[in-house]
Design a protein. Sequence first.
Length: 217
Amino acid sequence: MELVIGNKNYSSWSLRGWLMLEAFELPFKETRLKLFTDEFYQHLSQYNAANKVPVLIDGQVVVWDSLAICEYLNETQLDGKGWPAAPALRAQARAIACEMHSGFTGLRNEMPMNCRARRTIEPSAQALADIQRIDQLWSALREQHGDQGDWLFGDFSIVDVMFAPVVLRFMTYGIKLSPLSQQYADTLRQHPAMQAWLADALLETEFVAEDEAGEPA
C-alpha cells in the first residue's frame, strides 16, 4: 500500500491516515508532497479530482478521505479491530469519530495544526464551545473506559486516530484541559507513532502562511 500525504507539520488529515497505518503496524510506502504546490496538485490529479490528502493506494483501489481510509483498513487489514467489539460501543465510537470528522469548525479554522509552533490566540465563542465539548467528551469516555485501557474506548481505535490532530493543536496553542482529558492528550502525544510524526514535522522547513495563526507564545 502507498499513502500520499502533505507536510507533516501542517496536514492534520494526513496525520489521521498515516497514524492509522503506523499505529496498527500495517506496512506501507509513504509519499510526501509539499502542500499547495504545482507538484502537489499534479500528483494528486492522478488519483482523485478532489486534490485532497491523504490518499491511500492499494493496488487498483484508491481511497481519498481519512475516515474512509480508516474504514477500508479496518475491513481489509484489521478484521474489524479498529472499532470496539460491542455493537453499542462501536456505534457510539463511530458517532464520535464522525462528529470529529465533520464538526468543530471553530477550532479547525482558528487553530490550524502547526506542530513546530507554540502560539497564543484569542478563541471565538464557537472555538471555545468546541474545546469545551472535546474536553467533556474525552473526560467522560476516560471515566467510563479507564479501567479497560489508556484510550477513549479502552483499546486504541479509530476514534483516537481521529482526535490525534486535536491533541497537537491543543499543544501548539496551550489549551488548558481538565485532568482526565489532559492525561489522555499526553498519552496520545506520547504514542510512538505520534512521536515519530512529530520528529519528522520538526525537520520540515516549508512555510504555509495560512496555517501560521496566532502570536508566538
